[in-house]
Design a protein around this ligand. Structure first.
Ligand SMILES: [Zn+2]
Length: 253
């Protein structure tokens, strides 16, 4: 009898283990909600940070109410609020949009010597095997300058994102150390995500950051994870289901 119970417990633990690791796919992006939903003003979502962690320890997005910029680094989520404060988020915080992966870079190289954001993008482009797949990108090191923004928390009735960014806060950091967390999406993904690069920044002291508008790199290591799977989960709540998403994505974040 004892042996039977032990066997059952063992089988249960094996199943539990299989279930818990089944999400942890390398080179796979999990995205909650299409981006045009957020852009159109759907700022409340039913996905929690704890649920996002099942699909990745690295990523970005925003928080319910469009309350700032979200960065996930090494399995910890941070909110960069529009007042500039960085808040360590707990697992029960909800998000309306996010994309995460288990960052597993296959390639890395160093950029140095006052390289601007546009030049960095061109350099990264030259290292990519194709523009038809997604990439997760980490740029870690010293920055001469980082210009980042965050957006203020919204209250109902929500206005489209294009209106909110007119009230964004812009932070200019000089001589700073930290990391850029981001993704590069292919052109054909329009409406579901933003084609090209989308970067968020987090300072090493975890006290500043935001959505990257510009930067200049002193010296940094660029790591690239070529993605071979892209999963989108659609919200099931009425706000999303009833929203008119027939328009085109007017704003590139
Ligand atoms: Zn952003």
């Amino acid at each position: 009898m004892v042996r039977v119970i032990k066997t059952h417990i063992f089988a249960f633990l094996v199943l539990l283990l299989l279930f818990s690791v089944s999400y942890a796919k390398p080179h796979a992006i999990y995205q909650y909600s299409p981006l045009n939903s957020l852009m159109s003003g759907v700022y409340d979502g039913g996905k929690t940070i704890a649920e996002l962690y099942k699909y990745g320890n690295f990523g970005m997005g925003t928080i319910n109410g469009l309350d700032g910029e979200l960065v996930i680094v090494k399995g910890q989520a941070y909110q960069i609020r529009s007042d500039g404060q960085v808040v360590k988020l707990n697992g029960n915080t909800n998000v309306p949009f996010a994309q995460v992966c288990f960052f597993t870079p296959q390639k890395s190289f160093v950029i140095s010597g006052g390289v601007t954001l546009e030049t960095a993008k061109t350099l990264i482009d030259s290292k990519l095997k194709s523009k038809n797949i997604f990439y997760a990108i980490n740029i870690k090191g010293q920055f001469e300058y980082v210009k980042a923004r965050s957006v203020p928390k919204q209250f109902k009735p929500f206005v489209p994102c294009l209106e909110v960014v007119k009230k964004q806060s812009v932070f200019e950091l000089v001589t700073t150390e930290g990391q850029v967390i981001g993704f590069r999406c292919p052109e054909y993904i329009k409406e579901i995500n933003s084609p090209g690069y989308h970067f968020h920044y987090l300072n090493n002291d975890m006290r500043s950051g935001g959505h990257v508008l510009n930067l200049r790199i002193v010296s940094a290591e660029v790591s690239i994870d070529a993605i071979n799977e892209y999963d989108v989960e659609f919200p099931q709540d009425n706000i999303f289901l009833q929203q008119d998403l027939s328009g085109t994505l007017q704003y590139k974040p």
